[in-house]
Design a binder for this molecule. Structure first.
Ligand code: GLC
Length: 744
């Protein structure tokens, strides 16, 4: 249970306590009494320590720091150990720059591909987001630097982000949009949680006591500090009352409002003291963390960034085994991203890198005796002569044995702060593809983008595609490593690539209207939607190829107290070493609840040499098999047969088996409004009711049966308190007795 003590600050005045609840400046907290000031800053894929002026949009310059791959790319590694290693490195660099809390990870779900901030989030799936986010927090905090898991909660669009209400039904909110936060809080215990700008079901997150106290603290046992997003507090007194501890940035002069509210009796002084105490305890944690420092060699972190990037590149297609390339012959490199790589997103997460690998140079470094030519092909800021650039690129591609074509989105085409209204690649790039494939059949497309882009036409036009998302400062080297086979690609998509934007789950409900966003697709976000509607996709969630092949065999399932243990044998059936990302999905065909066809419930990475095999064991935890039962406002596991599949993507399931799982969690009591369907699904109730109804309905049932009517089916939706024997005042005693017996 979280503490409500305020022992650390009880000697402070009310004014002093209130001052602890808001920043001293843009990035730092106040120093008062024994409590020292500390710095919070972004995150999440590098340390953005601003030098002169301050802003939260990535405008003013910041100190050089390693720019690791943003979350959209890192998530494609599906590698929790890698995420932890990156977290450790970030913690070391944060401490070097005297940063006490690094603002990340962003674990919001990628609800719609148009969201401008999807580059900063992990996935469309809450399990993948939660597991990777927890690993990042564990790594960072092991270095004595606090995390700030964000943006709590349901911040899934940039449009109108400081006012819009995410209108989400309770079950979807719990199972999809809160789930990744819950896993990070319960598993990695972040020092802080950042509340989001938006409203959730009409209430500002910064003022939502249900969210910030009932759920976060009372249910999830969070004992850290709730910090606002920068400028997210609309009403400081309401925020403090709801459980917000620290308003950022400072300078809003709202401390006096807090004092006045206590003095006029509209705010308990203890609430102010508890919040101040939490900030004081956080300051002490930061102080303790500062004691151990690590001398960072930027080159070491650059190598880690290159390894992380290489593990984050998805091989989407590789017809005729065009890849890996031989370091010989004539290699054309086309596209301005080869010379001016886009390696991170825009806005508050923008890092000033210690160095940047240039893909063209890195390709030349590994190309051996090959001749490497270059053509710009297009410009991302519209300043070029498209026709001339295209003609030059076509000539270069025609005069090559293989062409590497860099495509993607420029800084101005996606960013924090605004959403896209299309997910197509720019028209000039699509025209370039068509012109090049007309003269060159051996084309490798290399993509750099934060949000998903439509690939259907490209997938039909070229034999090989590498999806680099945004790879950080060492992405150029990583791409070269994969192109020439120094690294065997192993990454997997963490977000579906739809054939059309119109197929997307939230297509008709994004970005909303009049400051309301209706989450009409409910649970069916991402692959859950495409699978339920049996909609073809260009590349499915979890997809990714390798330069080798893997076989799956001997899937076995066993029900355990902690969940379902799944084991499967993976064999490298190719002739190069490689890594397989083994994914486990559960389905419950006979469920009484609305459920997506399958959901990710476990995953693991395994590295295998040619011919080597290994048994992979993953426990599908009971808590991950739970669903949110809205009738009792609680988590339950539904009893029944679960079909568990192991596969190489959500649509490449190699092995399946069924396991019976017992129910767990509070039962749903029957009530006088329970229907016959609900009664009959409860054996004890069914026996009593059928006995009672036997005499009174025998004749009519026979008649109905003779008419070929399915009485049971017809009566399923009939509330028991309006049914013959149990109806009205006369039937009430028998009904109450039934409910008493059945509900125990
Ligand atoms: C921004 C972002 C948040 C960031 C903060 C500080 O507006 O929403 O992610 O950490 O402000 O820059």
């Amino acid at each position: 249970m979280h503490t409500n003590s305020y022992s650390t600050v009880e000697d402070l005045s009310l004014e002093e306590q209130a001052s602890l609840g808001s920043g001293a400046g843009f990035w730092n907290t106040v120093a008062v009494g024994a409590t020292k000031s500390f710095i919070l800053t972004d995150g999440p894929h590098g340390v953005r320590k601003q030098i002169a002026s301050d802003d939260h949009l990535g405008i003013a310059p910041s100190m050089p720091a390693t720019c690791f791959p943003p979350a959209a790319a890192l998530a494609q590694s599906w590698d929790v150990d890698l995420l932890e290693s990156v977290g450790i490195a970030l913690g070391q660099e944060a401490k070097e720059r005297n940063v006490g809390v690094l603002l990340g990870p962003g674990v919001n779900i990628k609800r719609d591909p148009r969201c401008g901030r999807n580059f900063e989030y992990f996935s469309e799936d809450p399990m993948l987001s939660g597991a990777l986010g927890a690993a990042w927090v564990t790594g960072l905090q092991s270095e004595g630097v606090g995390a700030s898991v964000k943006h709590f909660a349901a911040n899934n669009a940039e449009t109108d982000r400081m006012r819009a209400s995410s209108d989400v039904d309770p079950r979807t909110l719990r199972e999809i949009y809160l789930r990744s936060f819950q896993r990070v809080v319960e598993e990695a215990k972040p020092w802080t949680v950042m509340c989001s700008y938006n409203r959730v079901n009409g209430v500002y997150a910064s003022e939502d006591r249900w969210l910030l106290t009932s759920v976060l603290r009372d249910e999830w046992d969070f004992d850290g500090v709730v910090v606002s997003d920068w400028g997210a507090v609309k009403d400081r007194v309401a925020a403090v009352r709801a459980g917000l501890d620290l308003e950022m940035p400072g300078g809003t002069e709202t401390d006096a409002l807090v004092v006045r509210a206590v003095e006029n009796g509209t705010l308990e002084s203890s609430v102010v003291a508890v919040a101040a105490n939490r900030v004081a305890l956080l300051s002490a944690r930061v102080e303790r963390g500062r004691r151990v420092t690590t001398q960072v060699d930027p080159e070491d972190h650059h190598h880690l960034a290159r390894d992380a990037a290489a593990k984050s590149v998805v091989l989407l297609k590789n017809d005729q085994q065009l890849l890996p390339l031989a370091p010989a012959g004539r290699i054309a490199v086309v596209g301005e991203f080869a010379k001016y790589p886009r390696f991170q997103g825009g806005g508050s997460s923008r890092i000033n890198p210690t160095k940047v690998d240039i893909p063209l140079e890195e390709i030349r470094a590994l190309a051996g005796d090959a001749t490497v030519t270059y053509a710009r092909g297009f410009t991302t800021d519209g300043t070029g002569d498209d026709g001339a650039l295209r003609d030059d690129a076509v000539l270069t591609a025609a005069d090559s044995d293989v062409t590497i074509l860099f495509l993607g989105l420029g800084d101005g085409q996606e960013s924090e702060g605004f959403d896209r209204d299309t997910i197509d690649l720019p028209a000039d790039q699509l025209a370039l593809v068509a012109a090049i494939v007309a003269v060159q059949s051996r084309v490798v497309v290399v993509l750099s983008h934060g949000g998903v882009v439509i690939l259907a036409d490209i997938a039909n036009a070229v034999p090989a595609i590498l999806d680099g998302s945004l790879l950080g400062q060492a992405g150029g080297g990583a791409i070269a490593d994969i192109l020439f086979g120094e690294v065997n690609p192993s990454a997997r998509l963490s977000e579906t690539v739809p054939v059309r934007l119109q197929d997307a789950p939230a297509y008709l409900n994004f970005p909303g209207e009049n400051s309301h966003i209706i989450y009409g697709e409910g649970l069916h976000v991402g692959y859950r939607w495409y699978d339920a509607r049996e909609i073809p996709v260009t590349y499915p969630f979890g997809h990714g190829l390798s330069y080798t092949t893997f076989d799956y065999s001997d899937l076995e399932l066993s029900s355990r107290a902690e969940g379902v243990e799944a084991t499967v044998r993976i064999t490298n059936t190719g002739d190069v070493a490689g890594r397989e990302v083994v994914q486990f999905y559960s389905a419950m065909p006979g469920s009484a609840k609305v459920r997506p066809p399958r959901e990710l419930k476990g995953f693991a990475v395994v590295d295998l040499d040619p011919g080597e095999d290994s048994v992979v064991t993953v426990t599908l935890r009971s808590k991950d098999l739970q669903y949110w039962e809205t009738r009792i406002d609680g988590w339950r596991v539904e009893a029944g047969d679960y079909e568990v599949s192991a596969g190489s993507s959500s649509r490449d399931l190699r092995q399946s088996a069924t396991v019976t799982v017992a129910s767990s969690g509070p039962t749903v009591p029957l009530t006088e409004d329970s229907t016959m369907g609900e009664i009959m699904s409860n054996p004890a109730a069914a026996a009593i009711v059928m006995g009672a109804l036997q005499g009174s309905s025998e004749g009519s049932e026979t008649a109905a049966t003779e008419l070929g009517l399915d009485v049971a089916r017809m009566m399923e939706s009939y509330p028991i308190n309006r049914l013959g024997f149990f109806a009205g005042e006369a039937g009430r005693p028998a009904l109450m007795k039934l409910l008493q017996i059945v509900n125990g």
